[in-house]
Structure formats: structure tokens, C-alpha cells
Design a protein around this ligand. Sequence first.
Ligand code: GRF
Length: 219
Amino acid sequence: MQNLVVLISGRGSNLLALTRECRIQRWPARVAAVLSNRADAAGLREARVAGIPVEVLDHRRWSERAQFDAALADAVAAHSPHWVLLAGFMRVLGPAFVDRFPSRVLNIHPSLLPSFAGLHTHRRALEAGVRAHGATVHMVGAQLDAGPIIAQAVVPVLEGDDEQRLADRVLAAEHRLYPTVVRWLVEGDMTLSESGPTWRPGAVPQPRCLWLGERPGAR
Ligand code: GRF
């Protein structure tokens, strides 16, 4: 049984999607713990209801970023994680964290990286006038929203979209994408190394991209 440790800062809808698919699809894995840097993260309540151990490390208790990273790494390591899954965790993690779990930390980001790293991705996508938007699951390195891309989900940007409508469409895509990727990992269809993901031949069909909604240009 592989241990998944999930890090959140807020709502926790990706955490819930992972927990649900883990149970329904009977992955050889379990969400062993949920850690948050915010005591008021709504997702913690959901985790408690699901009987998952939760822990809060308020980053404001540490004056240095690297000290917080090291303390968080200790707390995560205590749950013997096979995979560390960032799911709306709103702190940038440096080497004091990332180097403790080489090729074991994943993140989901609400854009098609490398476009729109950082915050307010949906607003920026609308402002840029892109016709396709989406989400990316990537390995976590010491740089913001960087690290090898594993898979992406693409959604169309539609006439009349506002930030909320687009955000909702992307979030629904995230809830399919993240569990898909984690399932590949825990079932051994994909391995991760410093240079990126490798798939067991034939295990996961190409493309490693979920198209959700009408493909741009399709009739
Ligand atoms: C998601 O959009 C995720 O891509 C981003 O933060 C948001 C977290 O949402 N990193 P939730 O807490 O999982 O509902």
C-alpha cells in the first residue's frame, strides 16, 4: 500500500477527487495524511470527515522560508510518503523540502504550462485571448510552477466566458486529470526520474493529454 501525502491551503476539491478515485478505483494506495499551512483550509474539514489524519503547520511560525520547508519536510516524512501531492498548496517550496523527496513531489497548476505560471491564471488567459486553456500536472522542482510536465487537460475558452465560468471548467478538468496521473503512478504505469516521466510501454495511450469539450476547430 503506497502512502499519498496531500498538501493543501484551501478548498481541497482536488484532495477530494483524489480521495474518491483512490477508493472507488481501489488503487494500491491510500491518502495517509493531509497537511496544510492554514488552519482554516476548508479541505481539512473534509479530510477529517473522511477519517484522514490532518496536520497544520502555520508558515508564520517560522521566520525563514527554509526553516518552514525543513519542518514541513519532517512532518511529511513522518508519514512515509511514496508520493507527495500538492493540491492548491499556496507556498513555494524550496530545496529544503523538494530535495528530501526527489522525483516524488507533484503539483497541479490551473493553466497549460509553461503559459500562465503563477496566480490569476484564468483572468490572464482571458486577457490574452487564448482559445484553449486547461491544467497541468507536473513534477515539482525548486522553481515556481516548473519541473517536467507529466500530463495536461485542455478545455476550450468559449464565447462569453468570464473568469468564474472558465475557472469552473478548468477545475472540473483538474478533477479528472490529477487522479488519472496519480493512478498511473501507483499502479506502476509510469515512473518518475529527474529527467521526467517514463511510461511502461503500451501502458498509457498517447496523447497524455485529456481533451475536454469540443476540440478547437472540430465540427
Ligand atoms: C486548483 O485550481 C489547483 O490547480 C491550484 O489551486 C487550486 C486548488 O483548488 N493549484 P482546490 O483546493 O483543490 O479546490
